[in-house]
Design a protein around this ligand. Structure first.
Ligand code: GAP
Length: 440
């Protein structure tokens, strides 16, 4: 069934709350705008996305290492990176409804909400400032990082010394970033506190274009591996006017977010940051961050190819892509068709009747050490199937009265609704096979 974009977002936000994916933060106090909390299923989905990214980008590659840095960063970092000078958006206010908008989000000179008159644009700093220590004066000012990658640049020397990596190699990090965005909306798409997955690949300047293409390809493959439909993804090259101050080229991976004005919204940016950051930090810190080129024996400042994606946006794209409604036997079935690797619950153990709870619980205990499984006995079996379909659980295991005699259970697959019956003592290995290879 086709669902209109606005309707889809409403349904998804409601499902997220009902099943424990995402909650409005501070809801009992009226909600804190643009802040979202991840519930029991949301945190598992988020962790599965992070693990997938980390395995793909770091663990399976000899040329990429990881790190995890502090959020509150030395203030000079933001001077060197150019953020204190450049990281602001021109903003306009509506004189009528008092709405505030980013200039580049406004078409024409009238308020997009009420059509009222807008003020002249003025700059709005995006960095979150705070004070560190007991002093309250300017010398105590520090910033919450607006991107995670600067900590990678400032640790470059430490990491090269510690790991003895040779060019080309990458340093990756997952972590929180903060931006005091002027407007936030569309669920977790644009928030003031969010998580990034960033990888900085250091290479010879003359090889930067080659690695840029390579990483673009890798990143696209990763989104496809998450199960996102290919025709829901596209690449978009930045034109010169929108390039960030540090980049010589940038391509965004975009997804068909239903609320995006032209139908496409940014998931991730892949940029050639040249030697801008490394040279800036060399200048500001007085430290030598150059690298010995083994071929020429000369010292060079490496170029950096960056891949920078957001976890919130990936999670939102995954949820939107997975959500579907279909008619089954005259009833609407809501399914979150999550890829089995991402699904927070891999299987649910469902006794057909409460009377079978004790024996079915033994099956649950048998499987629990190997997979995130759930035991559910509340409500009719039909309702429990539907709840698991909505939660995105790929397999339901039903323990019925025959199971007492034949020591077998039924596995029902979420998407095809096909069922097979197998001996309980082969269940763990069957599930592990299904998790690896899928149903068919
Ligand atoms: N280090 C480069 C950098 O930060 P960016 O395009 O500003 O580049 C990279 O951000 C990614 O971080 C975006 O593609 C998006 O996925 C995520 N992101 C940026 N701002 C965000 C926000 N306000 N809310 C949620 N995610 C955001």
């Amino acid at each position: 069934m086709t669902i209109d974009g606005t309707e889809l977002m409403k349904k998804l936000i409601s499902l997220s709350k009902r099943l424990g994916y995402v909650f409005q933060s501070g809801e009992i106090y009226g909600g804190l705008q643009s802040s979202w909390d991840y519930g029991p299923l949301g945190v598992e989905l988020k962790k599965n996305i992070e693990t997938s990214w980390w395995d793909y980008t770091v663990k399976t590659r000899p040329d990429v290492v990881g790190m995890d840095s502090a959020i509150i960063t030395h203030p000079d970092v933001w001077m060197a990176s150019g953020h204190l000078k450049n990281f602001h958006d021109p903003m306009v206010d509506c004189r009528e409804c008092k709405g505030r908008f980013r200039l580049d989000h406004v078409k024409g000179d009238r308020c997009p909400e009420c059509g009222g008159e807008l003020t002249e644009p003025r700059d709005f700093g995006l960095m979150f400032k705070t004070k560190m220590g007991a002093l309250e004066d300017e010398s105590a000012t520090v910033y919450l990082r607006p991107e995670t990658c600067q900590s990678i640049f400032i640790n470059f020397k430490n990491i090269v010394t510690a790991t003895r990596q040779k060019l080309p190699f990458g340093i990756a990090q997952i972590g929180k970033a903060f931006r005091n965005e002027i407007t936030t909306r569309n669920f977790v798409f644009r928030t003031r506190e969010f998580e990034q997955m960033e990888m900085e690949y250091f290479c010879l300047p003359e090889e930067a274009d080659k690695w840029f293409k390579y990483w673009l390809d890798q990143r696209m493959k990763w989104y496809l591996e998450l199960g996102i439909k290919e025709d829901h993804l596209r690449l978009r090259t930045h034109d010169d006017s929108e390039l960030a101050h540090y980049a010589s080229s940038c391509v965004d991976i975009e997804y068909t977010f239903p609320f995006a004005p032209d139908g496409w919204g940014e998931l991730e940016g892949i940029a050639n940051r040249t030697d801008f950051d490394m040279k800036s930090h060399m200048r500001e810190s007085g430290q030598d961050l150059s690298f010995q080129n083994l071929l020429t024996n000369q010292k060079i400042v490496p170029y950096v190819v960056e891949t920078s994606g957001g976890i919130g946006r990936t999670l939102l794209a995954v949820l939107i892509d997975a959500y579907r409604e279909e008619e089954v036997e005259g009833r609407t079935r809501v399914v979150l068709g999550l890829h089995r690797n991402l699904a927070p619950i891999k299987a649910a153990i469902l006794p057909l009747s409460k009377k079978l709870s004790e024996q079915a619980y033994e099956v649950f205990e048998l499987i629990r050490p190997y997979f995130p499984v759930q035991f559910d006995v509340t409500g009719s079996i039909g309702k429990r199937y539907r709840r698991m379909d909505e939660a995105g659980t790929p397999f339901c295991i039903t323990f019925d009265f025959d199971s007492l005699e034949d020591k077998q259970v039924t596995i029902r697959e979420r998407d095809s609704l096909d069922q097979i019956r197998i001996p309980i003592d082969t269940l763990a290995s069957k599930l592990s096979d299904l998790m690896e290879h899928g149903w068919s």
